[in-house]
Write a protein of this length. Structure first.
Length: 196
């Protein structure tokens, strides 16, 4: 990843949590994400990698739920926000600056989670291969993705075959519930749970 990409996300950091599903500060949205993640992930205290953790909302939520969490992001400013959030909530999240396309972290993890990151990465099949290799046997790859009204993102029909090509099982769940996003949505949003 280039320094230009890092700068873009650094500039986004201060306002990133204004979206209800980014900041998870609305109780209804936070409760919806808690329920979704607890259903999709192995039981705590499973070791989780939040790939592209941004301001750390999901990483901190996972830590609150009892997971052992490692977060990685390219943006130092996003990581500053994530560290401050973890401190405010009184949880421990290990944070590292790095390229999520090829994370400089040591596995194995019980789960590699990524939320709305793949759309921004080149060579998604290679990235998914690297993430899958970080998983313990039977570990889960959990991807929250979508094809948004802006035209950015991945259609589930395009991403699911790629995921299935490198994992033993892959399940698709559509996520139309407004409680997850803070408002009704018109675009495609979904969750893929795959097993190594």
């Amino acid at each position: 990843m280039t320094s230009a990409v890092r700068e873009v996300w650094d500039k986004e950091a201060d306002r990133f949590d204004e979206h209800p599903d980014h900041g998870l500060s609305d109780a209804r949205v936070r409760t919806a994400w808690s329920a979704l993640l607890l259903d999709a992930l192995p039981e705590p205290p499973a070791r989780a990698l939040d790939a592209g953790c941004g301001t750390g909302s999901v990483a901190a939520l996972l830590a609150e739920l009892g997971f052992t969490v490692q977060g990685i992001d390219l943006s130092p400013r996003m990581l500053e926000q994530a560290a401050a959030k973890a401190r405010r909530l009184g949880v421990e999240v290990a944070l590292i600056e790095g390229d999520v396309s090829d994370p400089p972290v040591a596995g194995p993890f019980d789960v590699v989670l990524s939320r709305h990151v793949l759309w921004a990465l080149p060579d998604v099949p290679a990235v998914l291969g690297r993430w899958t290799r970080l998983l313990a046997p039977g570990g889960r790859l959990v991807l929250v993705e979508g094809r948004w009204h802006t035209g950015a993102g991945w259609r589930a029909d395009d991403l699911l075959p790629i995921v299935r090509g490198g994992t033993s099982t892959a399940e698709l769940r559509h996520l139309p519930d407004p409680a997850l996003w803070g408002f009704p949505i018109q675009d495609e949003r979904y969750l893929i749970i795959a097993t190594a």
